[in-house]
Design a protein around this ligand. Structure first.
Ligand code: UD1
Length: 356
């Protein structure tokens, strides 16, 4: 049996590790013995625990409890605590997903200890180094021994960075695996009022008063046609208060951050999503729901070229144009992306058994 340690830390990691753990557990040959490490980057019940319950993720073997802090503090604390854990357990592999600070920290520790590093969702690039996630992606991919790619652009990006193609495999999207297995739990509802689901938390949109005011003005425009339902990230919520912007939001329906099933159900029944998140661009594409992304770039270009996503930046005129296209049904209403089919995690385990 090979020993593998799986790392998760922040909300967007949980729906990615769930199908991988399931595929390991279902493997008839029991090729892997696994341990699950939660770094504790996200710690609130509705940013973490609820995902474990809803996605049937087993209790982590250890929670490093690092919590919030600056980029450096988070990464450094994870590194120190994880190194201690890995020196005790000594796995053959460490598997990281996505692009959060926990991904980067674990990647550095594993590769420095000479443990093979597997990166799931490798190769995505926004080409915007002001995003903390882009730094995390670049470094993690350089250090990784095995890179699993979710969309074809990933292979191209890795090639340009001189990462050997023998280490890179296009297997599809594990986050869509979670969505596919959750679909039977979602219910179509009859809505009397069209609504847009909003999520905003990128530092470039939410961390200064000027940027956040601009976003709220854009959302006011959207609210002329759609009711705004906004499960709000704790940092964005604090900033609206801190920058005295509450007057802008009187008509919006704010919710606490939602669990996975409740959030997907809200999206499933929505007419539109307005976001700056990464994963939601993919989920809306899979569901065929129009998505407006208030960013100037995306690391997930397939959602624009073949999906339902429109990149408008945080620019009101572009959003008005995008709303018009949506009104006239002028977007790909039935996208099909290769290997976004619920079987990516199975491909990953099969690949690891065959090649390693
Ligand atoms: C992190 C990821 C981002 C991902 C996002 C999803 C990095 C660099 N960023 O950003 O890619 O899209 O998660 O949510 O890793 N907080 C709470 N409760 C929690 C967690 C956070 O209140 O359980 C608040 C704290 O005020 C904290 C702030 O949110 O300081 C930011 O948390 P942090 O994990 O540093 O980054 P996110 O913005 O959540």
């Amino acid at each position: 049996m090979k020993k593998i340690v799986i790392i998760a830390g922040a909300r967007p990691n949980f729906m990615k590790i769930a199908p991988i753990i399931r595929a390991i557990e279902k493997d008839k040959d029991k090729f892997f013995e696994y341990k699950l490490v939660h770094t504790g980057q996200h710690y609130d019940k509705n940013m973490s625990d609820i995902f474990f319950e809803e996605l049937n993720i087993p209790k982590p073997d250890i929670n490093l409890g690092i919590g919030s802090g600056s980029q450096a503090k988070q990464v450094a604390e994870i590194m120190i605590k994880l190194e201690e854990y890995l020196l005790n357990y000594i796995p053959d592999y460490v598997l990281v997903v996505g692009d959060v600070n926990s991904t980067l920290a674990a990647g550095i520790v594993a590769s420095k200890l000479g443990i093979k590093l597997i990166h799931v969702e490798a190769g995505l690039r926004s080409f915007d180094r002001e995003m903390p996630e882009e730094i995390n992606r670049l470094v993690t991919d350089q250090l990784s021994d095995i890179l699993f790619v979710s969309e074809k652009s990933g292979l191209k990006n890795l090639k340009k960075e001189n990462i050997s193609k023998d280490k890179c495999f296009f297997v599809g999207n594990v986050m869509i695996d979670s969505l596919v297995s959750t679909l039977p739990k979602l219910k179509k509802e009859i809505n009397n009022q069209k609504y847009a689901v909003v999520t905003i938390h990128r530092p470039s949109n939410a961390d200064t008063g000027k940027d956040l005011r601009n976003i709220l003005e854009i959302l006011k425009e959207v609210s002329k046609e759609y009711k705004i339902i906004w499960p709000i990230h704790p940092r964005t919520k604090n900033n609206i208060e801190k920058f005295n912007l509450t007057e802008y939001i009187e008509d919006f329906d704010f919710r606490e951050p939602l669990g996975y099933i409740e959030f997907m159900n809200l999206v499933y029944n929505s007419s539109l999503v307005v976001t700056d998140s990464g994963g939601i661009q993919e989920e809306t594409t899979y569901l065929g729901i129009p998505c407006i992304t208030l960013r100037n770039n995306t690391e997930r270009p397939v959602t624009v070229s073949e999906g339902t996503n429109q990149l408008t930046g945080p620019i009101k005129e572009n959003v008005i144009d995008a709303l018009n296209k949506i009104k006239f049904g002028n977007y790909n209403q039935n996208p099909k992306i290769k290997f976004w089919d619920g079987k990516a995690a199975k491909r990953i385990i099969k690949n690891l058994k065959k090649n390693q």
